[in-house]
Design a protein around this ligand. Structure first.
Ligand code: AMP
Length: 254
């Protein structure tokens, strides 16, 4: 069984995001970009499935500008076998468009399992995996904290849901989205980073995938992006009496 993992290039999670001065979005110039952390977990899971003998090949897919090749190389350095880059230039590609593109790649690659991150940390949409499963008409196991391939036709997924864990048995092929506790991704070693440079990355065009610009055109218009209000600094109090006094008379919460 082939496993496909989707990886998105996003602002590195350590970067303090700044809003552009005209409010049109987030500043991306000279900002460190990395593989979306949940996608790193998705790739790790795919590689572990291969190492356990449950997968024959791990293919990683990214959609975005040509710079997303860097993201694919990071996944290849972790141990994925080959990459697919759909270069859509600098335009923002919304989850539905990503799902449509991934569906086409899935139809060409014919994987038994597709693993995505539960969400991309830039837009926090948490939509793409669900939309992809719906477009394909496949089963989905979202927010996965455990994936066990039972046999060639089914997989057991433990889902992190509000208030507990839910186990679902999925008919394969299926879509899984990774949650934080699914695994701890490995670091790529230097030799593997070097090897990854030589691994194949296919670059199908929209036309190769049977789609047009209109199919992936944005449906949302960003009206404004605003940074959160800055919080005023706290104060130190000398005693509990003073704290209660302030909560009563200044904050008005008691
Ligand atoms: P989202 O629905 O935007 O929160 O993204 C959920 C997941 O879909 C991500 O963690 C990725 O695995 C996948 N995904 C979203 N956008 C892209 C993209 N441009 N390229 C590849 N995978 C993506």
């Amino acid at each position: 069984m082939k496993v496909l993992a989707a990886v998105k290039r996003v602002v590195d999670y350590n970067v303090k995001v700044r809003v552009k001065s005209d409010g049109s979005g987030v500043e991306l110039n000279n900002v460190k970009m990395s593989i979306n952390p949940f996608d790193e977990i998705a790739v790790e899971e795919a590689i572990r499935l291969k190492e356990a003998g449950n997968a024959s090949e791990v293919v990683v897919v990214s959609i975005g500008s040509s710079k997303s090749e860097e993201t694919l190389r990071s996944a290849l350095a972790m141990g994925a076998d080959r990459g697919v880059l759909v270069d859509t230039g600098d335009t923002n590609i919304e989850p539905l468009a990503v799902a449509k593109l991934l569906k086409k790649v899935v139809e060409q690659e014919d994987p038994g399992l597709v693993i995505l991150g539960k969400q991309a940390i830039d837009d926090d949409c948490n939509q793409t995996g669900q939309m992809l499963a719906a477009l394909l008409g496949w089963a989905q196991g979202t927010f996965a904290s455990d994936v066990e391939v039972v046999n060639a036709t089914s997989a057991k997924v433990t889902r992190e849901v509000d208030g507990g864990l839910q186990k679902v048995l999925l008919k394969l092929p299926a879509v899984v989205t990774s949650d934080l506790r699914l695994n701890e991704p490995r670091y790529a070693s230097l030799p593997n980073i070097m090897k990854a440079k030589k691994k194949p990355v296919a670059k199908p065009t929209l036309a190769d995938l049977g789609l047009s610009e209109a199919d992936i055109a944005p449906r949302l218009e960003v009206i404004e992006t605003r940074a959160p209000e800055t919080r005023s600094a706290g104060i130190k109090v000398a005693s509990v009496t003073e704290l209660v006094e302030k909560l009563k008379h200044e904050a008005g919460v008691l």
